[in-house]
Design a protein around this ligand. Sequence first.
Ligand code: ADP
Ligand code: MG
Length: 779
Amino acid sequence: RSVMEKILQRKSSRMRNAQRAWQESPEGVKMVKFRTSLPAYKEKDRLLASIARNQVLVISGETGCGKTTQLPQYVLESEIETGRGAFCNIICTQPRRISAMAVSERVSMERGENLGETVGYKVRLEGMKGKNTHLLFCTSGILLRRLLGDRNLNGVTHVFVDEIHERGMNEDFLLIVLKDLLPRRRDLRLILMSATLNAELFSNFFGGAPTIHIPGFTYPVRAHFLEDILEITGYKLTSFNQIDDYGQDKLWKTQRQLLPRKRKNQITALVEDTLKKSTFESYSSKARDSLANWTPDCIGFNLIEAVLCHICRKERPGAALVFMTGWDDINCLRDQLKAHPLLGDPNRVLLLTCHGSMATSEQKLIFEKPPPNVRKIVLATNMAEASITINDIVFVVDCGKAKETTYDALNNTPCLLPSWISKASARQRKGRAGRVQPGECYHLYPRCVYDAFADYQLPELLRTPLNSLCLQIKSLQIGTIGEFLSAALQPPEALAVQNAVEFLKMIGALDEGENLTNLGRYLSMLPVDPKLGKMLIMGAVFRCLDPVLTVVSGLSVRDPFLLPQDKKDLAGTAKSRFSAKDYSDHMALVRAYEGWKDAEREGSGYDYCWRNFLSAQTLQAIHSLRKQFNFILKDVGLLDADSNTSNSLSHNQSLVRAIICSGLFPGIASVVHREKSMSFKTMDDGQVLLYANSVNAKYQTIPYPWLVFGEKVKVNTVFIRDSTGVSDSILLLFGGNLLKGEMAGHLKMLNGYIDFFMDPSLAECYWNLKEELDKLVQK
Ligand code: ADP
Ligand code: MG
């Protein structure tokens, strides 16, 4: 042991020498000067003293004051300086991969090192760290996964959990696990960092842990609401159609499509009426509510364009940051702006995008200074709200919305729709403009809508289905799910927990006693929704992986089939061309994707997409996700290195259909044929409707008794989106725990997939069983 100690001591003194050498170098001196100018520096000694004295500490401070880049670094530096560098092991979690990567890069640079030396990062499927890494930035998901295998976090000395104010599901989950761990690891230090001032909530959760606030300095930012913006830009909102521009957002289009005509007319009339009035203040509260519900996205790309033009023509120099709801919108808006004579001119405007899935090279551009006389405009999702700081922003354009999942435990139906942000978020967005000089913030909604915002956003734990989370809790072996979650900062409803447990039992991830099955164990290792994870596992076991990868990726990304409002019929026809009468949107997706791959090979991918109303960007995203899933399956040992065998049955359409069913169950609707019409019923919603763009919506009759579907969306009635027709026998064998008695035995076998890995011929036997059953049913 003492030999080990000696080695570490020697390493520690090398680390100290290197650190001092950098701090005394000319570059290092400059960096130190910058770093000491940050507000966090003033609190440095107090922070370090408090960390030494307390096991848990809560720190809050304005975005940009230096929490993320400085605090973990202070601890690292002080450990190195006191000759304990090689003994410390600091982890700092981030809610998003891109911030983990960007921050670790920045901190390495501040230390005059390359990434992967003392400072590294680790995110899903990627990482940069070495044996000398003592400060690791990772996503909260990665730390949770690490806790799965190493419940005591052996060797870790400090854990920083960043951006806890966002109340992400993983962060809330981490806090429960860490709270449980603290008594067992008296030496471990936990530091929670938050941007806004709800520090007490977290302090109370940890039995009154001390809190430190870092006072920040930001320049004043002037807020402009829609009413002022219309005046400033001279943009005229005269009718509903005009503010409908933002209807490029597909989701919003869907919402509108789904509205009954009467309601649509009412809303149109209301909006037209209210827009005629010169002031927004005069709305009755009822009209205001309706407006708040129904004009969100319709503020319009054209309006954003007008605001950006105004900034470029009339305003002082400084970069602009536009908050959008998602990737789709960002891309659409970028295309529109690129075509604009001023905003699309690369000599005058540097147009950049910032979202979770962009390439690293593109990320860096965001932080760089643009050439002289060129204005930088960054289109971003709400990740630019707190986790990423772009210093030179002077103008912020806030669309007022963010995409978030909402979940209604009663209906057990998740929806992913853009919804209004909270007052806290709006303040945060505005604050991004005042980092280096006084700024301007353009909120693209009337002041009265702002007044109706909630103070804070609901924690993710309370607005998403808990399926994945419950599976993780099970694999952590930390008590019953209910007990565990009741220890959360704000525990979810019992009904939501019960729904999740029922679901996990139904798909065979938990047995009747709520114990993890073999399937469950594998599912907990796959970082995807359990439904999709199950489909992947089944695709691998039954050797039809390729089409299944496409379906799973498509369901995780989004539908690549476009549905332009004015060409719905043409788009619908284009989509049906891929369906070849097999009554499946999922198969249509597989064909469309394969066709695209062929076209790409011949260099006509763009043309192909254009002809078929497909989004090349989405297909590209599906393409890269497929690769990632393939990698993960290999990683957890579900695929042989030789992947040829995994596709020996891919041509079997009926098998692929069965595998789709095995993943999507219990998303199942029965097809009820009446004379000339059809209706559909799910297990718990009663009657549901098919989404207009589904290939199955085109038929008078469907020769299958069941439709399996991936997603249902609740608007006024419940709609099911993509569906695939399946037979009775497929449903019986692949549907999950539908059967009792003798057949249930076969199902147990199916759900004990591990058998299949041992003996792949069992999969074939199983498939033969299906053929037998088919014959039986036909008799
Ligand atoms: P916080 O976590 O409190 O929001 P950060 O630690 O992320 O603050 O950032 C502190 C400061 O460091 C920022 O205000 C900015 O000046 C600087 N900074 C952070 N990241 C970068 C970067 N990638 N490039 C240049 N400067 C950066
Ligand atoms: Mg931060």
